[in-house]
Design a protein around this ligand. Structure first.
Ligand SMILES: NC(=O)c1ccc[n+]([C@@H]2O[C@H](COP(=O)([O-])OP(=O)(O)OC[C@H]3O[C@@H](n4cnc5c(N)ncnc54)[C@H](OP(=O)(O)O)[C@@H]3O)[C@@H](O)[C@H]2O)c1
Length: 261
């Protein structure tokens, strides 16, 4: 493989994105990694320790300015792999959530992801070469009582990813949606969900989840659910009434549901 192929990984400062970046380095990609907080520079230092060329962008990808900063850093170079992973959740009752906080979830998980994929994807199609991995979630199949906005953003991602993959099926570009279940990252703390059942239960290892997603991207699969329990959960969800799914989600995500755990 050309040793100078570039992979762009968003949300690479921690969790699944950091592990996706490690997979990318192991594969031989040079990296451009992005996240909102200065921690991205620490992640870059660690990745450089694996003998990789790593550039960083510290930007809020929920904003157009943040997207511009990342697109500017790509600077017209061909992107061999775009791993659009940045995202975050927000727990609690929807009507009590701060609107700006809820909108930030949408702007990060949907709007920022869409913009980046449009910019990079157009260039990939013009070159007839590239791979796109989008981090969705099994939450995309489940109406998320007490995580309503977040789950809805992932429903968008799952649908969007499949639609895009079909639209550009003849272009030489592959689009893969990684759909993890609950994974042991900063996600639940950041979403204010540490007192919920799902926040407290045992979770998947982000390194395992990332490897499954990375391998699926390299094989050009359209989607992959990480882990057999999550595969069963999505299969069952596909034949379960939405009202029942929402009620089940409440039991795991309602604030305080994890207190007796
Ligand atoms: N953990 C789970 O249970 C789970 C399950 C299914 C899917 N997912 C998805 O997996 C992806 C990664 O999450 P994670 O679990 O690895 O959580 P994480 O450890 O909190 O990592 C999230 C990453 O996204 C970045 N990010 C979030 N908002 C951003 C923004 N507006 N602009 C730029 N960067 C932003 C974070 O950087 P900063 O800290 O700098 O903001 C961080 O690098 C997300 O899309 C999430 O929805 C997670």
């Amino acid at each position: 493989m050309n040793p100078h192929q570039l992979a762009v990984v968003t949300g690479a400062s921690s969790g699944i994105g950091y592990e996706l970046a490690r997979c990318s380095v192991r594969h031989g990609f040079d990296l451009l990694i992005a996240a909102d907080e200065p921690d991205i520079h620490r992640a870059a230092q660690e990745l450089r320790g694996m003998n990789a060329e790593v550039e960083t962008v510290e930007a809020d990808l929920a904003t157009e300015a943040g997207g511009d900063a990342l697109w500017g850093a790509i600077a017209g170079r061909p992107v061999a792999a775009l791993l659009a992973n940045a995202g975050h959740g927000l727990g609690g009752a929807c009507l009590e959530q701060d609107f700006a906080a809820a909108r930030h979830v949408i702007d990060t998980n949907i709007t920022g992801t869409l913009r980046l994929i449009q910019l990079v994807g157009r260039d990939m199609v013009a070159r007839r070469s590239g791979r796109i991995l989008i981090t969705g979630s099994i939450a995309g199949f489940i109406p998320g009582s007490f995580s309503a906005v977040y789950n809805s953003t992932k429903a968008f991602i799952v649908s969007f990813s499949h639609a895009l993959a079909d639209e550009i099926a003849d272009s030489g570009i592959t689009v893969t949606c990684l759909m993890p279940g609950a994974t042991d990252t900063r996600f639940f703390a950041r979403a204010g969900m540490l007192d919920t059942k799902v926040g407290r239960e045992e979770k998947d290892d982000p390194a395992d989840v990332a490897k499954i997603g990375f391998d699926a991207m390299m094989s050009g699969e359209r989607d992959v659910v990480s882990g057999w329990k999550n595969k069963v959960q999505t299969a069952v969800a596909s034949i379960t009434p939405a009202s029942l799914l929402a009620a089940q989600h409440r039991k795991k995500a309602e604030p305080g549901s994890g207190r007796d755990e």
